[in-house]
Design a protein around this ligand. Structure first.
Ligand code: G7M
Length: 353
Protein backbone atom coordinates (compact mmCIF):
# COMPACT_ATOMS: atom_id res chain seq x y z
CA UNK A 1 0.00 0.00 0.00
CA UNK A 2 2.93 2.30 0.70
CA UNK A 3 3.72 2.27 -3.03
CA UNK A 4 0.26 3.34 -4.03
CA UNK A 5 0.52 6.31 -1.72
CA UNK A 6 3.87 7.42 -3.11
CA UNK A 7 4.48 10.00 -5.76
CA UNK A 8 7.66 10.26 -7.78
CA UNK A 9 8.42 13.94 -7.91
CA UNK A 10 11.00 16.29 -9.38
CA UNK A 11 14.64 15.50 -9.93
CA UNK A 12 16.84 13.50 -7.52
CA UNK A 13 18.01 15.94 -4.91
CA UNK A 14 19.43 16.29 -1.46
CA UNK A 15 17.20 15.38 1.49
CA UNK A 16 14.89 18.12 2.73
CA UNK A 17 16.70 18.49 6.07
CA UNK A 18 20.08 18.72 4.37
CA UNK A 19 18.71 21.22 1.88
CA UNK A 20 17.39 23.39 4.65
CA UNK A 21 20.85 23.41 6.20
CA UNK A 22 22.41 24.30 2.85
CA UNK A 23 20.03 27.18 2.47
CA UNK A 24 20.85 28.40 5.93
CA UNK A 25 24.53 28.22 5.05
CA UNK A 26 23.96 30.08 1.79
CA UNK A 27 22.08 32.69 3.69
CA UNK A 28 24.90 32.94 6.18
CA UNK A 29 27.42 33.40 3.43
CA UNK A 30 25.37 36.11 1.83
CA UNK A 31 24.63 37.68 5.16
CA UNK A 32 21.00 37.25 4.08
CA UNK A 33 18.20 38.60 6.18
CA UNK A 34 16.23 35.29 6.34
CA UNK A 35 18.03 34.00 9.40
CA UNK A 36 18.41 37.40 10.96
CA UNK A 37 14.65 37.69 10.74
CA UNK A 38 14.45 34.38 12.55
CA UNK A 39 12.79 32.63 9.59
CA UNK A 40 13.76 29.16 8.50
CA UNK A 41 13.91 29.09 4.73
CA UNK A 42 12.60 25.78 3.44
CA UNK A 43 12.66 23.88 0.18
CA UNK A 44 9.65 22.47 -1.48
CA UNK A 45 8.77 18.84 -0.86
CA UNK A 46 8.74 18.48 -4.65
CA UNK A 47 12.54 18.41 -4.56
CA UNK A 48 12.56 14.99 -2.88
CA UNK A 49 13.21 11.99 -5.12
CA UNK A 50 10.46 9.72 -3.86
CA UNK A 51 7.66 11.52 -2.13
CA UNK A 52 5.71 9.36 0.28
CA UNK A 53 2.26 10.42 1.35
CA UNK A 54 2.77 8.51 4.60
CA UNK A 55 4.94 11.52 5.55
CA UNK A 56 1.93 13.77 5.25
CA UNK A 57 0.12 14.56 8.49
CA UNK A 58 -3.27 16.00 7.80
CA UNK A 59 -4.42 18.89 9.99
CA UNK A 60 -7.83 19.58 8.44
CA UNK A 61 -10.10 19.09 5.48
CA UNK A 62 -10.41 22.42 3.68
CA UNK A 63 -13.15 21.47 1.28
CA UNK A 64 -14.83 18.64 -0.61
CA UNK A 65 -16.38 18.77 -4.04
CA UNK A 66 -18.55 15.72 -4.49
CA UNK A 67 -19.49 16.65 -8.07
CA UNK A 68 -15.86 16.71 -9.18
CA UNK A 69 -14.93 14.00 -6.68
CA UNK A 70 -12.21 16.10 -5.09
CA UNK A 71 -11.02 16.63 -1.54
CA UNK A 72 -8.78 19.49 -0.42
CA UNK A 73 -6.67 18.83 2.66
CA UNK A 74 -4.24 20.97 4.66
CA UNK A 75 -1.33 19.37 6.51
CA UNK A 76 2.41 19.11 6.91
CA UNK A 77 5.08 16.83 5.54
CA UNK A 78 7.45 15.35 8.13
CA UNK A 79 10.58 17.49 8.56
CA UNK A 80 9.05 20.50 6.83
CA UNK A 81 7.82 23.43 8.77
CA UNK A 82 5.54 25.07 6.24
CA UNK A 83 2.09 23.71 5.50
CA UNK A 84 0.98 21.95 2.34
CA UNK A 85 -2.31 21.72 0.51
CA UNK A 86 -3.03 18.31 -1.00
CA UNK A 87 -5.83 17.88 -3.52
CA UNK A 88 -7.02 14.35 -4.26
CA UNK A 89 -9.20 13.83 -7.31
CA UNK A 90 -10.74 10.65 -8.70
CA UNK A 91 -9.67 10.01 -12.27
CA UNK A 92 -12.06 10.23 -15.20
CA UNK A 93 -12.86 6.98 -16.98
CA UNK A 94 -11.09 5.99 -20.16
CA UNK A 95 -13.48 5.62 -23.09
CA UNK A 96 -11.32 3.13 -24.95
CA UNK A 97 -12.84 -0.38 -24.97
CA UNK A 98 -9.46 -2.08 -24.49
CA UNK A 99 -8.69 0.00 -21.41
CA UNK A 100 -12.17 -0.54 -20.00
CA UNK A 101 -11.90 -4.31 -20.43
CA UNK A 102 -8.41 -4.41 -18.97
CA UNK A 103 -9.11 -2.01 -16.14
CA UNK A 104 -12.62 -2.88 -15.01
CA UNK A 105 -14.33 -5.77 -16.75
CA UNK A 106 -11.99 -8.56 -15.69
CA UNK A 107 -11.52 -11.18 -12.97
CA UNK A 108 -9.23 -8.87 -10.92
CA UNK A 109 -12.10 -6.49 -10.23
CA UNK A 110 -13.80 -7.17 -6.90
CA UNK A 111 -17.57 -6.61 -6.75
CA UNK A 112 -19.70 -6.57 -3.57
CA UNK A 113 -23.46 -6.32 -3.61
CA UNK A 114 -25.00 -3.41 -1.65
CA UNK A 115 -28.61 -4.18 -2.54
CA UNK A 116 -30.83 -5.29 -5.39
CA UNK A 117 -34.49 -4.77 -6.15
CA UNK A 118 -36.16 -6.23 -9.22
CA UNK A 119 -33.90 -5.43 -12.21
CA UNK A 120 -31.84 -2.86 -10.27
CA UNK A 121 -28.69 -3.67 -8.35
CA UNK A 122 -26.11 -1.53 -6.54
CA UNK A 123 -22.58 -2.82 -5.99
CA UNK A 124 -19.32 -1.60 -4.55
CA UNK A 125 -16.52 -2.14 -6.99
CA UNK A 126 -12.75 -2.26 -6.52
CA UNK A 127 -10.91 -2.26 -9.83
CA UNK A 128 -7.33 -3.49 -10.15
CA UNK A 129 -4.72 -1.31 -8.49
CA UNK A 130 -3.36 0.41 -11.59
CA UNK A 131 -6.89 1.44 -12.58
CA UNK A 132 -7.75 2.69 -9.15
CA UNK A 133 -5.55 5.78 -9.37
CA UNK A 134 -6.06 9.32 -8.28
CA UNK A 135 -4.78 12.62 -9.58
CA UNK A 136 -2.96 14.44 -6.82
CA UNK A 137 -1.93 18.06 -6.68
CA UNK A 138 0.41 19.10 -3.90
CA UNK A 139 1.09 22.72 -3.13
CA UNK A 140 4.12 23.09 -0.92
CA UNK A 141 5.14 25.33 0.68
CA UNK A 142 1.55 26.61 0.76
CA UNK A 143 0.98 30.24 1.69
CA UNK A 144 -2.04 31.49 3.62
CA UNK A 145 -3.37 32.73 0.27
CA UNK A 146 -3.29 29.19 -1.13
CA UNK A 147 -5.08 27.87 1.92
CA UNK A 148 -7.69 30.64 1.73
CA UNK A 149 -8.21 29.89 -1.93
CA UNK A 150 -9.17 26.28 -1.28
CA UNK A 151 -11.01 26.61 2.01
CA UNK A 152 -14.73 26.03 1.83
CA UNK A 153 -16.74 29.23 1.62
CA UNK A 154 -20.40 29.60 2.37
CA UNK A 155 -22.51 30.73 -0.54
CA UNK A 156 -25.37 33.19 -0.21
CA UNK A 157 -28.23 33.97 -2.55
CA UNK A 158 -28.83 37.64 -3.24
CA UNK A 159 -32.25 38.59 -4.58
CA UNK A 160 -31.34 41.86 -6.19
CA UNK A 161 -34.07 44.41 -6.88
CA UNK A 162 -33.37 47.20 -9.37
CA UNK A 163 -33.13 49.56 -6.41
CA UNK A 164 -30.45 47.38 -4.81
CA UNK A 165 -28.65 47.34 -8.14
CA UNK A 166 -28.73 51.13 -8.51
CA UNK A 167 -27.83 51.94 -4.90
CA UNK A 168 -25.40 49.18 -3.97
CA UNK A 169 -24.30 46.81 -6.74
CA UNK A 170 -23.61 49.32 -9.50
CA UNK A 171 -21.62 51.89 -7.49
CA UNK A 172 -19.69 49.11 -5.75
CA UNK A 173 -18.79 47.29 -8.96
CA UNK A 174 -17.91 50.51 -10.77
CA UNK A 175 -15.35 51.18 -8.06
CA UNK A 176 -14.10 47.60 -7.66
CA UNK A 177 -14.73 45.52 -10.76
CA UNK A 178 -12.05 43.98 -12.96
CA UNK A 179 -10.53 46.22 -15.62
CA UNK A 180 -12.17 46.17 -19.05
CA UNK A 181 -8.88 46.89 -20.76
CA UNK A 182 -8.79 43.45 -22.40
CA UNK A 183 -12.27 44.06 -23.90
CA UNK A 184 -11.28 47.50 -25.20
CA UNK A 185 -8.10 46.03 -26.67
CA UNK A 186 -10.13 43.45 -28.60
CA UNK A 187 -12.66 46.04 -29.80
CA UNK A 188 -9.80 48.31 -30.94
CA UNK A 189 -7.96 45.41 -32.66
CA UNK A 190 -5.02 45.87 -30.29
CA UNK A 191 -5.23 42.30 -28.98
CA UNK A 192 -6.43 38.89 -30.20
CA UNK A 193 -7.03 40.36 -33.66
CA UNK A 194 -5.97 37.15 -35.38
CA UNK A 195 -8.43 35.16 -33.25
CA UNK A 196 -11.52 37.08 -34.33
CA UNK A 197 -14.02 34.66 -35.85
CA UNK A 198 -16.41 37.33 -37.06
CA UNK A 199 -16.90 41.04 -36.73
CA UNK A 200 -19.93 43.22 -37.36
CA UNK A 201 -18.76 46.82 -37.07
CA UNK A 202 -22.17 48.47 -36.76
CA UNK A 203 -21.79 50.89 -33.80
CA UNK A 204 -25.19 50.02 -32.27
CA UNK A 205 -25.92 46.44 -33.25
CA UNK A 206 -22.44 45.16 -34.06
CA UNK A 207 -20.27 42.68 -32.17
CA UNK A 208 -17.01 40.77 -32.22
CA UNK A 209 -17.05 36.99 -31.95
CA UNK A 210 -13.91 35.23 -30.75
CA UNK A 211 -12.83 32.14 -28.78
CA UNK A 212 -13.17 32.34 -25.03
CA UNK A 213 -9.81 32.46 -23.27
CA UNK A 214 -10.57 29.10 -21.67
CA UNK A 215 -11.44 27.23 -24.88
CA UNK A 216 -8.99 24.59 -26.12
CA UNK A 217 -10.36 24.94 -29.66
CA UNK A 218 -12.04 21.54 -29.95
CA UNK A 219 -15.69 21.38 -31.01
CA UNK A 220 -16.86 19.18 -28.07
CA UNK A 221 -15.87 21.96 -25.64
CA UNK A 222 -16.85 24.85 -27.90
CA UNK A 223 -16.80 28.10 -25.88
CA UNK A 224 -17.10 31.27 -27.87
CA UNK A 225 -17.58 34.81 -26.66
CA UNK A 226 -19.51 37.59 -28.36
CA UNK A 227 -18.61 41.10 -27.23
CA UNK A 228 -21.10 43.87 -28.02
CA UNK A 229 -19.49 46.81 -29.85
CA UNK A 230 -21.36 49.29 -27.72
CA UNK A 231 -20.53 49.71 -24.04
CA UNK A 232 -23.52 48.23 -22.23
CA UNK A 233 -22.77 47.23 -18.67
CA UNK A 234 -24.77 44.04 -18.31
CA UNK A 235 -28.09 42.27 -18.56
CA UNK A 236 -29.46 44.73 -15.99
CA UNK A 237 -29.23 47.61 -18.47
CA UNK A 238 -30.95 45.88 -21.39
CA UNK A 239 -34.28 47.18 -22.72
CA UNK A 240 -36.26 47.15 -25.97
CA UNK A 241 -33.76 49.47 -27.70
CA UNK A 242 -31.28 46.59 -27.48
CA UNK A 243 -33.51 44.01 -29.18
CA UNK A 244 -31.93 44.52 -32.64
CA UNK A 245 -28.48 43.94 -31.10
CA UNK A 246 -29.58 40.85 -29.18
CA UNK A 247 -31.32 39.35 -32.22
CA UNK A 248 -28.32 40.12 -34.40
CA UNK A 249 -26.06 38.31 -31.92
CA UNK A 250 -28.46 35.35 -31.76
CA UNK A 251 -29.06 35.00 -35.52
CA UNK A 252 -25.71 35.99 -37.02
CA UNK A 253 -23.85 34.25 -34.21
CA UNK A 254 -25.67 30.98 -34.84
CA UNK A 255 -25.09 31.23 -38.63
CA UNK A 256 -21.37 31.83 -38.19
CA UNK A 257 -20.96 28.91 -35.81
CA UNK A 258 -22.93 26.63 -38.10
CA UNK A 259 -20.79 27.58 -41.12
CA UNK A 260 -17.51 27.20 -39.26
CA UNK A 261 -18.14 24.37 -36.78
CA UNK A 262 -21.22 22.64 -38.25
CA UNK A 263 -23.18 22.95 -35.02
CA UNK A 264 -26.82 24.00 -35.55
CA UNK A 265 -28.36 26.62 -33.28
CA UNK A 266 -30.41 23.81 -31.66
CA UNK A 267 -27.13 22.43 -30.28
CA UNK A 268 -25.86 25.71 -28.90
CA UNK A 269 -26.27 27.18 -25.45
CA UNK A 270 -26.37 30.98 -25.85
CA UNK A 271 -26.41 32.77 -22.53
CA UNK A 272 -25.38 35.77 -20.47
CA UNK A 273 -24.06 35.77 -16.94
CA UNK A 274 -25.53 37.78 -14.13
CA UNK A 275 -23.43 38.74 -12.25
CA UNK A 276 -20.77 38.75 -14.98
CA UNK A 277 -17.08 39.05 -14.14
CA UNK A 278 -16.73 41.92 -16.61
CA UNK A 279 -19.17 44.79 -16.95
CA UNK A 280 -19.21 44.98 -20.76
CA UNK A 281 -22.10 43.09 -22.35
CA UNK A 282 -21.03 39.70 -23.69
CA UNK A 283 -22.86 36.54 -24.68
CA UNK A 284 -21.47 33.03 -24.24
CA UNK A 285 -21.96 30.47 -27.01
CA UNK A 286 -21.17 26.90 -26.02
CA UNK A 287 -21.89 23.41 -27.32
CA UNK A 288 -24.98 22.04 -25.59
CA UNK A 289 -23.27 18.76 -24.70
CA UNK A 290 -20.49 20.63 -22.93
CA UNK A 291 -21.23 21.35 -19.28
CA UNK A 292 -19.29 24.59 -19.10
CA UNK A 293 -18.68 26.15 -15.70
CA UNK A 294 -21.24 28.84 -14.93
CA UNK A 295 -24.27 27.36 -16.69
CA UNK A 296 -26.25 26.87 -13.49
CA UNK A 297 -29.58 28.58 -12.93
CA UNK A 298 -28.35 31.22 -10.46
CA UNK A 299 -25.94 32.64 -13.02
CA UNK A 300 -26.88 31.85 -16.62
CA UNK A 301 -29.69 33.62 -18.49
CA UNK A 302 -30.54 32.15 -21.88
CA UNK A 303 -30.36 34.70 -24.67
CA UNK A 304 -33.70 33.44 -26.03
CA UNK A 305 -35.39 34.08 -22.64
CA UNK A 306 -33.77 37.52 -22.35
CA UNK A 307 -35.14 38.49 -25.78
CA UNK A 308 -38.56 37.08 -24.97
CA UNK A 309 -38.74 38.83 -21.58
CA UNK A 310 -37.91 42.20 -23.14
CA UNK A 311 -40.41 41.63 -25.95
CA UNK A 312 -43.13 41.11 -23.34
CA UNK A 313 -42.00 43.88 -20.98
CA UNK A 314 -39.61 46.42 -22.56
CA UNK A 315 -38.04 47.38 -19.22
CA UNK A 316 -38.18 43.85 -17.79
CA UNK A 317 -34.58 43.98 -16.51
CA UNK A 318 -35.20 47.27 -14.73
CA UNK A 319 -38.16 45.68 -12.94
CA UNK A 320 -37.23 42.07 -12.25
CA UNK A 321 -35.59 40.71 -9.15
CA UNK A 322 -32.40 39.01 -10.35
CA UNK A 323 -30.95 36.36 -8.09
CA UNK A 324 -27.32 35.34 -7.94
CA UNK A 325 -24.77 33.85 -5.59
CA UNK A 326 -22.02 35.59 -3.65
CA UNK A 327 -19.28 33.86 -1.69
CA UNK A 328 -18.75 34.85 1.93
CA UNK A 329 -15.28 36.30 1.32
CA UNK A 330 -16.39 38.30 -1.72
CA UNK A 331 -16.14 42.07 -1.03
CA UNK A 332 -19.56 42.50 -2.65
CA UNK A 333 -20.98 40.06 -0.08
CA UNK A 334 -19.56 42.25 2.70
CA UNK A 335 -21.09 45.31 1.05
CA UNK A 336 -24.54 43.66 0.97
CA UNK A 337 -24.13 42.69 4.63
CA UNK A 338 -23.16 46.21 5.65
CA UNK A 339 -26.11 47.65 3.77
CA UNK A 340 -28.49 45.12 5.33
CA UNK A 341 -29.36 43.24 2.12
CA UNK A 342 -27.85 39.97 3.29
CA UNK A 343 -27.45 38.11 6.58
CA UNK A 344 -24.36 35.95 6.88
CA UNK A 345 -23.66 33.30 9.50
CA UNK A 346 -20.05 34.02 10.49
CA UNK A 347 -19.59 30.95 12.67
CA UNK A 348 -19.81 28.52 9.72
CA UNK A 349 -16.62 29.76 8.05
CA UNK A 350 -14.46 26.93 6.75
CA UNK A 351 -16.72 24.31 8.35
CA UNK A 352 -17.55 21.20 6.33
CA UNK A 353 -21.15 20.64 7.49
O1 G7M B 1 -18.34 35.46 -16.17
P1 G7M B 1 -18.35 36.26 -17.41
O2 G7M B 1 -19.64 36.12 -18.15
O3 G7M B 1 -18.01 37.71 -17.17
O4 G7M B 1 -17.26 35.62 -18.36
C1 G7M B 1 -16.21 36.33 -18.98
C2 G7M B 1 -15.51 35.40 -19.94
O5 G7M B 1 -14.47 36.12 -20.58
C3 G7M B 1 -14.88 34.18 -19.29
O6 G7M B 1 -15.42 33.01 -19.85
C4 G7M B 1 -13.38 34.34 -19.59
O7 G7M B 1 -12.74 33.13 -19.86
C5 G7M B 1 -13.38 35.26 -20.78
N1 G7M B 1 -12.18 36.09 -20.87
C6 G7M B 1 -11.62 36.76 -19.84
N2 G7M B 1 -10.54 37.43 -20.30
C7 G7M B 1 -9.70 38.27 -19.48
C8 G7M B 1 -10.40 37.17 -21.64
C9 G7M B 1 -9.47 37.60 -22.63
O8 G7M B 1 -8.53 38.34 -22.41
N3 G7M B 1 -9.70 37.11 -23.89
C10 G7M B 1 -10.73 36.26 -24.19
N4 G7M B 1 -10.84 35.83 -25.45
N5 G7M B 1 -11.62 35.86 -23.26
C11 G7M B 1 -11.46 36.32 -21.99
Amino acid sequence: MADAASVVAGTPETSPMKKTKLNLQENDNNGSSAIEAGKLQEDSVHMTKQLSLSNFKMTRVLNVNSMRKQIFVEGRFTSYESPAVVILEKKIFPEDEIFLNRGFFNEGTIVRKTFSNDVYGNYECFPTREHNGLNITIIHPATQKHIDKFIRKELYMVNETYETYENITKPFLEANNFSLQWVDNILAHKAEFEKIIYEDSDPDNGFIMLPDLKWDGSVPTLSILVLARKRIKSLRELNDTHLPLLKNIRDSGADIIFNKYKLPSSQLRMYLHYQPSYYHLHVHFSYLMFEAAGIYCEKAHLLSSVISNIEMVPDYYQKAVLSFIVKEDDPLCKEYQEKGVLTVIESKKGQIN
